[in-house]
Write a protein that binds this ligand. Structure first.
Ligand code: SAM
Length: 341
């Protein structure tokens, strides 16, 4: 067999191993391996003692993680962390610990067993497997919901600073973050703009941790958390509305319903900023994260990522005029600035 064929076979097999890597990462996060070896090197025997696991098997897990670039094995049976592995620490400032736990959680693996159903029908695999929409499921499972909110916050933390820097808030008085989760984004924007007031609006389970986040950010006097349903109404007293990483959760009809709620309740002179990934018109190798998200949204909620043209159609159909599109203005995220038409 030619060496190119050998490479291709190995490349395919590595991709098949993706689900094994995800399971290994989920377990490593659950066992808090990164916190335990943070700043040094531990033996698998020490880690097994601390985690109450079977040492020879834990060692094999740690070696798999070394092979995919998460741990290091500087000497047989001794393990450290790579810079990527360091992101699994729960206390690192750019931690993806909760994000890893959530996306490698049993609920997600089970939902993905519904991928075939999703692709055959266009319906959510999550709903098919669990008999409930993901957000209804989270509302009934407060511990998982708190993990989900923390995972979203860890994802949002990096882009929050970039969004705060990418938009000129000087003429704005009150920002409303629609579907703003635990308030991580609005906190970053308010801290960067001391003249602003803010409202984080989300479902009751979505804002369950927001008061604490706003208080920790020293913003209790300038920001409030409001619970509600964006299919019914949103706060009417903003002059800038943000909606980040929300439309991807929904197929076109519910996405248009959310836009219509915004159109009906925001003042006619207010601005709506849609922040999220914009899919390219066609897929190419490299940069697969938004395509992971696209199919993950199909599975988790029957939603989708969209191209700029797709967003323009939805906005035109719901009474919005696009003022500007800033591609990749906040890391990988783009900002569509739109106003009631
Ligand atoms: C993918 S998360 C994005 C959270 C946040 N904007 C961010 O970027 O980190 C989607 C958010 O929509 C909220 N959501 C879902 N259904 C909702 C509803 N009917 N009304 C208000 N918020 C809702 C969820 O609770 C969740 O916080």
């Amino acid at each position: 067999m030619s060496s190119e064929k050998m490479r291709n076979r190995a490349a395919l097999i590595e991709r098949i191993g993706g689900y094994m890597t995800a399971h290994a990462l989920g377990l490593a996060a659950e066992l808090e391996i990164a916190d335990r070896i943070h700043g040094g090197v531990c033996t698998s025997a020490e880690l097994a003692r601390e985690t109450g696991t079977h040492e020879p098997s834990l060692r094999r897990l740690l070696r798999l993680l070394a092979a995919v670039g998460i741990t290091t094995e500087p000497a047989p049976g001794r393990f450290g962390l790579t810079e990527i592995g360091d992101l699994l620490r729960s206390d690192s400032p750019d931690s993806l610990y909760a994000f890893t736990r959530m996306f490698c959680h049993e609920s997600h693996f089970r939902a993905w067993l519904g991928l075939g159903h999703s692709v055959r029908t266009g319906e959510s695999g999550w709903d098919h497997v669990f008999g409930a929409n993901i957000y209804a499921y989270l509302a009934d499972n407060p511990e998982l919901s708190a993990l989900f909110n923390q995972a979203m916050s860890q994802e949002a933390r990096l882009s929050a600073g970039q969004i705060a820097a990418a938009y000129d808030f000087s003429d704005v008085t009150t920002v409303v973050d629609v579907g703003g989760g635990d308030g991580t984004l609005i906190s970053a924007i308010l801290r960067a703009n001391p003249h602003l007031k803010g409202i984080v609006f989300d479902s009751p389970s979505g804002v369950a941790q927001a008061d604490g986040v706003l208080a920790d950010a020293g913003l209790a006097d300038r920001a409030e958390a409001v619970a509600g349903d964006f299919f019914e109404s949103i706060p009417a007293n903003g002059d800038l509305y943000l909606i980040k990483s929300v439309f991807q959760d929904w197929d076109d009809e519910p996405a248009k319903a959310i836009l219509r709620t915004c159109r009906a309740h925001m003042p006619p002179t207010a601005t709506l900023l849609i922040v999220g990934s914009l899919l390219p018109e066609r897929a190419a190798p490299g940069d697969p994260i938004m395509f992971f998200t696209d199919v993950n949204m199909l599975v988790n909620s029957g939603g989708r990522e969209r191209t700029e043209a797709h967003f323009r159609t939805l906005l035109a159909e719901t009474g919005f005029a696009v003022k500007s599109v800033a591609l990749r203005a906040a890391g990988p995220l783009s900002i569509i600035e739109t106003r009631p038409a």
